[in-house]
Design a protein around this ligand. Sequence first.
Ligand code: CDV
Length: 304
Amino acid sequence: MARCLTIAVCQTGPIQRRATRAETVGRLVHLLEKAAAAGAEIAVFPEMALTTFFPRWRIDDQAEIDAFFEASMPGPETQRLYNAAARLKVGFALGYCELTQENDRTRHFNTMDLVGLDGAFIGRYRKMHVPGSSEPEAGTTTHLERRYFEPGNLGFPVFDYRGVRVGLAICNDRRWPETYRMLCLNGAEVALLGYNTPLLLDEAPALAHLRMFHNHLPMQAGAYQNTLWIGAAAKAGLEDGQALIGGSCIIAPTGEIAAQAMSLDDEVIVHRADLDLIEVCRKVNFNFALYRRPDQYGRISEPV
Ligand code: CDV
């Protein structure tokens, strides 16, 4: 019998700043219920799925900034989602802003947690590639993630999810080949990721027509070259005046898009991922043990 995992990608429409956590968590629970009704065994929500994408603004007041963060997970307002996972027997990956005390100091990370089908915490990933700047820069779209977040310090961990090896990634990570290669080398079969990607960038108007192509291109290549299933969830639509792309998708280890969202709103897409396809793709092209030569990659060739 084929080894399968039915993956749901829970895209959200915009989450406006005025939305309360209770309203937003209610939307996520509704999406998880839809995913469960469609037979999903695991679901992925976007990056920063509990709040608006606030790094589009320069904010100075630390209390105002920290209001976008979760000091405990689950907390009083998010517990409902964890209860829903246990009730529906569908685990999830959830992107959120993490406020924590580590090494005697307060730290802020752009984080994604993996939660099991019993509603219990499985593992955590902290965004490695934190894009943008810490101050607004003339001529560029304001994107101040580096003002608010430290780069992740947990590597690219891979977790056991009911016998399937699952890794996590967040938004800009998906553009970097290292993300997929590290997840693959760590044994991942499935990568779940969430993103918030503005439709327009002031610094690159000439690339505007390529936004969706450049969304899917690295994920399809990453899936193919690393024999992964990928579930990628966008926060989409017009959020606090900024248009975010959609294009949430499920990608096979062949590089093919198996399912894709059609809206810029709350939407669930589901695909039954055949995990045996990973081995087929490895045999055809990517037998790492046989063909990879990491010991030679660092060599500088002699001129001939
Ligand atoms: N949230 C993100 O990481 N966004 C980045 C860009 C647009 C800064 C992305 O790669 O989509």
